[in-house]
Write a protein that binds this ligand. Sequence first.
Ligand SMILES: Cc1cc2nc3c(=O)[nH]c(=O)nc-3n(C[C@H](O)[C@H](O)[C@H](O)COP(=O)(O)OP(=O)(O)OC[C@H]3O[C@@H](n4cnc5c(N)ncnc54)[C@H](O)[C@@H]3O)c2cc1C
Length: 625
Amino acid sequence: MKHYNVIVIGGGHAGIEASVAAARMGMSVAMITMDKNAIGRMSCNPAIGGSAKGHIVHEIDSLGGAMGLIADRTGIQFRTLNKSKGPSVWAGRCQSDRKLYSEEAVRFVFNIPGLEVIEDSVVDAYAEDGKITGVKTERGNEFGCDALVVASGTFLNGLMYTGPNPRIGGRYEEPAASGLSEAFAKMGFVVDRLKTGTPPRLVKSTIDFSVLEEQPGDENPQPFSRRTPVSEFPYLPQVSCYITYTDESVHKILEKGFDRSPIFTGLIKGTGPRYCPSIEDKIVRFADKPKHQLFLEPEGLDNDLIYLNGFSTSLPEEIQFEALRKIKGLENVEMARPGYAVEYDYFPPHQVELTLETKLVKGLYFAGQINGTSGYEEAAGQGLIAGINAALKIQGKPEFVLKRSEAYIGVLIDDLVGKSTDEPYRMFTSRAEYRLLLRQDNADRRLMKYGYEFGLIPDDLYKELEQKEKLITQGFDFASNHRVSPNEINELLESKNSSKIDNGETISKLTKRPELTLKEILLAIDEEKYPVVKAILSNEEVLQQLEIELKYEGYIKRQTELVKKMEKLENTKIPPNFDFLSLNTVSAEGREKLHKVRPRSIGQASRISGVSPADISVLMVYLKN
Ligand SMILES: Cc1cc2nc3c(=O)[nH]c(=O)nc-3n(C[C@H](O)[C@H](O)[C@H](O)COP(=O)(O)OP(=O)(O)OC[C@H]3O[C@@H](n4cnc5c(N)ncnc54)[C@H](O)[C@@H]3O)c2cc1C
């Protein structure tokens, strides 16, 4: 029997990151996936990033992951969302060429030394003495492993619905995976069902774009990855998306199909994504809304398909078609294929540690949709953490856990483990309490040190970061201490309707005026006299970091102090075998929740819903004793 250090089940977004990271950390890795040409396939919308998700892509990139690089190579429209708001919510998003994304992902994976791709379906998994030992495939092959990462997406016992009759399948024209859920259930894992859905695909040439609102990309598109050469970016021609709306006549037609809706008739038992509801859900839940916005997104450059974002549905095909033709711009549309919902098995994520290793079976990791999340980015972030931890454990090194104050990926996993989830979990900026610190623009400053330590970030990139950090420190000192004279600055202040100064004022204080930018202030200073000013002005990234840190200095300081305060709780560790059930003076609910989640620190325990501050006080006294 062939043995690998790490076996990864699945070639989706989680599987790619897990297998690439583990292989690049020196492990022998097998990615076993049902269809090697479907590696990196986008099951739903052809887009990467977006609000909070863009942050995760930047974080993956800073840790040395693949998603940003692949997205940059295959993006056909790049936009920074929320640019009119504060920097903590700026988020990159790109429309991807679906076919090219998958092809690029295949190329990427096949070029990683130490990573073997096996096209097969895993039907069973084995454990001995509470430790994973190997898997069996549909073709009857058995493989041994030290660690197994399961990144099986929506495929486990997948059932697809368009109208009332389900078909077995994991995704459009792909079979479901059977056997694995049962194998894990036999090991003692709790398994449950979730559902998600996708809209119909439309034939581009049958749409009247002339009556629709155009949504072009950014004039100056920004890549996700620091490893993407800016001079070559964007790699592909850029295209526009379009916007249209449903109206009451569309809703009326959709309502005709409600008696055959697998959601409303109870055929689908799994909970769907509350924040990404189907069109039929929207009509019922927001009955007072006469219209809903829809985005027409191209599936690719050399592709006649349009993805109708916002119109996810599992209603019967003829109802979908009739309703589409009532929508402005779609009066003559042809539907290339109907929308559908998929219901699948997942493993409620209180069953994994913050490393994504399962609590029940050592060496077994769950990552991605299998943990109850929804979205490519959420999956990829987990895959990376699982792959890194699998490698670290095999190497006998300390585990890698990102804190909530360090990364959205940390927030994601902490939420999953501590709160579990009974609906598809997606990331929002509002989930992060320290979001001013977790900006996409400073992901490299937060996380690249880890990627470098694991050997996933090249030397030259890390050196570049160190130089940048040095200049930021110098710049911050200079801005805090150097006083600009009235002579130097008053002309600028007057032109900006900003009150003039009578005495010298620090750059730091001036930058806090909303009407002024740091660049304008620095340009008013003689840069020949101050080399640091010249250096900052010639480095856009440093300029941006300084501008944000100076403008929001007060808020950033407050969040940093809060993090320090909380760190005490985060650093108060709970022994792995602590008997929570013995805490007689903790409330019954608190005891049960603590026992279920098995938190590893007081900080983590304090975030579990149902565990009260009084319970935490008792727990702390026990630990002290
Ligand atoms: C119909 C549909 C609609 C969706 N809608 C949305 C949406 O609106 N918004 C959103 O954010 N996300 C949506 N998603 C979810 C998104 O596709 C996933 O979150 C994301 O792809 C999960 O990544 P993953 O790596 O966990 O799994 P996937 O990308 O699903 O990849 C799973 C991989 O595992 C392989 N695999 C599974 N089982 C086995 C096995 N036993 N043996 C070998 N290989 C196996 C598969 O072949 C595949 O390569 C949707 C998905 C589907 C299918």
